[in-house]
Ligand binder design. Structure first.
Ligand code: SF4
Length: 320
């Protein structure tokens, strides 16, 4: 399988070298280049999602890496419908009253994981604040069903904050995902502007509690850059994440999905992303994925492979 975007080939341009057009200061810089998705593997993934009536965050959030990830035969499943109960200023997933939960969805996802022969899978969901448990039981169901249908596949769940509810989180942790991911998304000062119904403390508590409930889980979080945060604020937020035991960090450039969404305040350069990657490793993260097009699930399979070789990933009896 060939990768459509080769990050090594993204030209390294410094902030000094790149001058935005004064007429259109938010024009994308030359290092943000997305190729149209094509190819047989991409078509197979697309067909599978349609035939199983499944949603992916790749499509719903207009992820710039869709061509690359689907071309590699990977995707991030979006559970609990395509309608979110929250309305974050950066997110392109539609907001409104969601449909009732589909309790057969975990099985269809597990069947797709087997059909794609995935060795690592990422599953996320919309926020379901219409339910007291936030939909946590569906996460537990999908983890257990994948274990049955595709033994040996490591499972990463990118969960909502469940409004900081420890009982809801416990439902997920009892199913023992290999990776528990919850994105803090931005620095505390911008939280209310970027994600008005979320709460910085809920995010940190979720990550801290996950580790307390299952010390063998790897925890992961991500920050979007370009919403007006300063370097000092980013580094302080990284410190806060390390202090609650987060193992894996992702850093990527925010891209405005439409004029209705929050504007891009600044494009961080590839050099700055690399500097933050090194800073994060020095701080104590086990892995930092940092680059303009990095998204929470970008190359998650490769991260797990590398961390497994370092014996960081829980070894599971395949007969479980
Ligand atoms: S980075 Fe994640 S959301 Fe984006 S296309 Fe890849 S798997 Fe999908």
């Amino acid at each position: 399988m060939t990768s459509i975007i080769n990050p090594e080939a993204i030209p390294v341009t410094t902030a000094e070298e790149w001058q935005p057009d004064p007429q259109t200061p938010r024009r994308r810089p030359p290092w943000i280049r997305v190729k149209a998705p094509t190819g047989e593997t991409y078509e197979n993934v697309r067909h599978l999602m349609r035939s199983k009536a499944l949603h992916t965050v790749c499509e719903e959030a207009q992820c710039p890496n869709l061509g690359e990830c689907w071309g590699r035969g990977t995707a991030t499943f979006l559970m609990m419908g395509d309608t979110c109960t929250r309305s974050c200023g950066f997110c392109d997933i539609k907001t409104g009253r969601p449909s009732p939960l589909d309790w057969a969805e975990p099985n269809r996802i597990a069947e797709s994981v087997r059909a794609m022969n995935l060795q690592h899978v990422v599953i996320t969901s919309v926020n379901r604040d219409d339910r007291a448990d936030g939909g946590a039981p569906l996460f537990a169901m999908v983890i257990r069903r994948i274990r049955q249908l595709q033994p040996g596949c490591s499972i990463e769940v990118l969960i909502p904050d469940f409004k900081g509810s420890a009982p809801a989180l416990k439902i997920v942790m009892d199913a023992q995902p290999e990776i528990l991911n919850h994105n803090v998304e931005t620095v505390p000062r911008l939280f209310k502007r970027v994600q008005p119904q979320d709460n910085y403390e809920w995010a940190l508590t979720t990550l801290e509690n996950a580790k307390k409930m299952d010390p063998l889980v790897l925890t992961k979080s991500g920050i979007m850059l370009g919403l007006g945060e300063t370097l000092e604020e980013v580094v302080a937020t990284m410190h806060a994440l390390v202090n609650v035991g987060v193992d894996i960090l992702t850093l990527g450039q925010y891209l405005q999905p439409s004029r209705k969404h929050l504007p891009v305040e600044r494009f961080w350069t590839p050099e700055e992303f690399e500097m933050l990657r090194v800073t994060g490793l020095e701080m104590g993260f086990k892995w930092v994925e940092s680059g303009p097009l990095v998204r929470s699930s970008y190359r998650a399979d490769e991260q797990v492979r590398a961390l497994s070789q370092l014996n960081y990933v829980r070894v599971r009896d395949q007969a479980e």
